[in-house]
Write a protein that binds this ligand. Structure first.
Ligand SMILES: Nc1ncnc2c1ncn2[C@@H]1O[C@H](COP(=O)(O)OP(=O)(O)OP(=O)(O)O)[C@@H](O)[C@H]1O
Ligand SMILES: [Mg+2]
Length: 398
């Protein structure tokens, strides 16, 4: 049965009584008869129609005064009401077009009333512009993680960040169909091993995406994603050898686009190589984390990478995660030097924890999942990123 809420009524402007009764039979409670008989009269006497009606249906001969009234009433703007002009068959097509250009939907009046009520049903059920589309949820945040040199700890940071973000997410009990999840994308397609850190075997999904000749559909991308059982999802890198150039910018964009629409946070384990397809990833990255140790070669390498990413995306927020380094209690010349060279903040410090990180890999459970030296550091990093997102005014519950 048709249900009517305030602002969802159809206002009928005209004097075709039999058509009005038909409409009222079809949409009980939804159709209201205006006291004005012409749109131009309505425009002169009413305001705030948009607050009261979702559709203004008016009979018209496409006169200049009705066309002017459409403009005055703001027809064609985003949101309700939708203006539906009912014209007789003898109205010249040029005049009908003017109604359309002024923002009205144009339907034939008179004989074909079954067709008309069918079209109207479409408006009422939201098939056309009658109801505003629900606001799209905000796109998920993207954090790209890069190591300044092999083995610096990028994958360790990526998986632990995913764990800590998932733990820190607000629980969305009200809307179980709306994803409120974190996704880890292992874009280190050649040697990526994030799956082994969370005990997830490659399902061949990414290999299929790379092999596909056309850009995959969102369903296909999501079909390649697996649940880690640790509160977040993962797209594992191919277990077989693939060249780094097997990925294209188009595919990277497609995967990220789908990821951001379906996940609240997307963590990307990104290879260090300067490849064409890295640019679109950097382009949608909200924050890039460079994982480094405090050694001079590593900091120098960090500087080169920083310049490269800033060239790709000048406004990109980049921070340094200092791994295997204890945060100095006092001012340190080494840290000052690194800050001066890089001109960025050192976001976080992760302690050296050989036994803990080794155990994490052996168990397939990242150290942020259990008591470990770095658990609170990973949590602090995730909380800072979540807070930055909230400060940006973005509701984390997607
Ligand atoms: N803070 C730490 N304390 C002790 N071991 C660590 C720490 N961080 C990382 N490791 C260990 O160092 C090794 C390399 O780490 P990881 O795989 O995260 O580096 P990566 O930068 O991703 O390397 P790659 O360049 O190969 O992708 C792993 O065995 C990991 O457990
Ligand atoms: Mg890695």
């Amino acid at each position: 049965m048709q249900q009517t809420r305030i602002g969802e009524t159809i206002l009928f402007v005209g004097d075709n009584g039999s058509f009005l009764s038909k409409l009222q039979a079809e949409f009980p409670k939804a159709v209201v008869m205006a006291s004005a008989r012409k749109l131009s009269e309505l425009a002169a006497s009413s305001n705030q129609l948009s607050d009261r009606h979702s559709i203004i249906m008016f009979e018209t001969d496409a006169s200049d005064s009705d066309i002017e009234a459409l403009t005055r009433l703001g027809a064609g703007r985003e949101g309700p009401p939708v203006f539906v002009a009912l014209i007789d068959e003898d109205v010249p097509i040029g005049r009908a077009r003017k109604l359309f250009e002024a923002g009205a939907e144009v339907l034939p009046n008179g004989s074909g009333q079954d067709g008309l009520t069918r079209s109207l049903s479409r408006f009422v059920s939201g098939g056309a512009r009658a109801q505003q589309a629900p606001a799209a949820p905000p796109d998920g945040a993207v954090y790209s993680i890069v190591s300044t040199r092999g083995g610096s700890g990028a994958t360790t940071v990526a998986v632990n960040l995913a764990v800590a973000l998932a733990e820190g997410m607000p629980k969305d009990k009200g809307a179980p169909t709306q994803p409120n999840r974190v996704l880890l994308l292992d874009f280190d397609i050649q040697f990526g091993n994030a799956g082994t850190y969370v005990d997830v075997e490659d399902n061949g999904g990414f290999t299929d995406l790379l092999a596909a000749e056309v850009a995959p559909s969102p369903d296909r991308v999501l079909g390649a994603v697996q649940d880690t059982g640790l509160g977040f999802d993962i797209l594992t890198a191919p277990a077989i050898f693939v060249p780094l150039t097997a990925m294209t910018g188009e595919l990277a964009e497609r995967i990220l686009d789908t990821a951001r629409r379906n996940h609240a946070h997307v963590v990307v384990d990104l290879p260090r190589a300067a490849l064409d397809w890295v640019e679109p990833v950097v382009g949608v990255t909200d924050r890039l984390l460079l994982v480094s140790d405090g050694s001079v070669p590593c900091i120098r390498q960090a500087k080169r990478l920083l310049d490269l990413y800033h060239e790709m995306h000048p406004a990109l927020a980049i921070e340094l995660v200092m791994n295997r380094e204890r945060k100095p209690m006092f001012k340190s010349a080494q840290v000052d030097e690194a800050r001066q060279l890089l001109q960025i903040e050192i976001g976080d410090w992760l302690a050296q924890d050989v036994a803990g990180e080794r155990r994490a890999i052996d168990l397939g459970r990242p150290s942020a999942c259990r008591q470990s030296r770095n658990r609170k550091n990973f949590r602090r990093l995730a909380q800072r990123l979540l807070a930055a997102r909230r400060t940006a005014g973005i509701n984390l519950v997607k």
